[in-house]
Ligand binder design. Sequence first.
Ligand SMILES: Nc1ncnc2c1ncn2[C@@H]1O[C@H](COP(=O)(O)OP(=O)(O)O)[C@@H](O)[C@H]1O
Ligand SMILES: [Mg+2]
Length: 308
Amino acid sequence: MTSPALEFDNITKQYRSFFHNESVKALDGFSLRVEQGEIFGFLGPNGAGKTTAIHIALGFMFPSSGRGLMLGRPFGHAATRRRVGFLAENVAFYHRPAGRLVRFYGALNGMHGPQLRSCTAELLKELELSEVAGRNASKFSRGMLQRVGLAQALVNDPELLILDEPTSALDPLGRITVREILLKARNAGKTVFLSSHLLSEVEQICDRMAIVIKGRVARVGTVSELLEAQNRFVITARGIDELLFEGTRQNGFIKITVPALGQRQAIEKIWLAGGEVIAVNPIRRTLEDLFVELAHKNGGPHTEKRRQ
Ligand SMILES: Nc1ncnc2c1ncn2[C@@H]1O[C@H](COP(=O)(O)OP(=O)(O)O)[C@@H](O)[C@H]1O
Ligand SMILES: [Mg+2]
């Protein structure tokens, strides 16, 4: 078996504020494994701990406890960083022309000469930045900055691409461009780890995803795995004693909602009670339904603050 692209092993991160005597547990027993070659969606409400997990993987800060591996090396291993492309949530750049910035980041990763120039030009073209490559990035809109950020993350042709909310400022066309770039990266055998709170986007391109709630992985799997486990059926029946079944009544019919696995048992129970099954209809749930349900089950979407 190949080693995973990313592995978080029971990580806890507590932020402390000395002034307010407060602490926030941003990650709490956080474990996750991302395989090589997949586009993995990292979903969660604001404040769930996504950025914290990413910063720990990149070695920007240490976990309070737990450990993990990035491309088979412990988090923070300096040489491994060269094999990784990263786009931060809030991109900020030096006041320099966009093209020069991208070349600068390539050079930081040991690239130079004609190879660096042609890679940069190609990426700028792909991200539709060629025309503005000579302009100072400090004057760019957030969407344009995000494109420069992506070019910077891709310039060293990384094996693992970690993107923290890469399309939050992009218009629909920009999103399509990014989607195409990410699919191309996967086809070239690369791993993409994409944090987002945009469910539809993740649903469209990710092979698997994790939903993080309050610093923990609440669910992980493919979209269909996540949604199948949620599937329910509505059985419409008549001719049964209303008191035997829990359901809603309408015009002499009773509608009973059951989980997918309880479907057969419920139908048998209706028959045994002398009733008639009129219809069995699946309820299709969306990722959004699941997301909202998980957030509420855990007492609201946000990480709590604790006074010590
Ligand atoms: N540097 C910090 N100091 C104190 N608290 C922080 C810091 N960074 C993040 N937090 C808190 O940790 C929690 C998780 O934040 P974050 O990892 O940014 O979540 P996400 O990226 O999922 O929105 C939030 O409650 C946030 O307020
Ligand atoms: Mg974040």
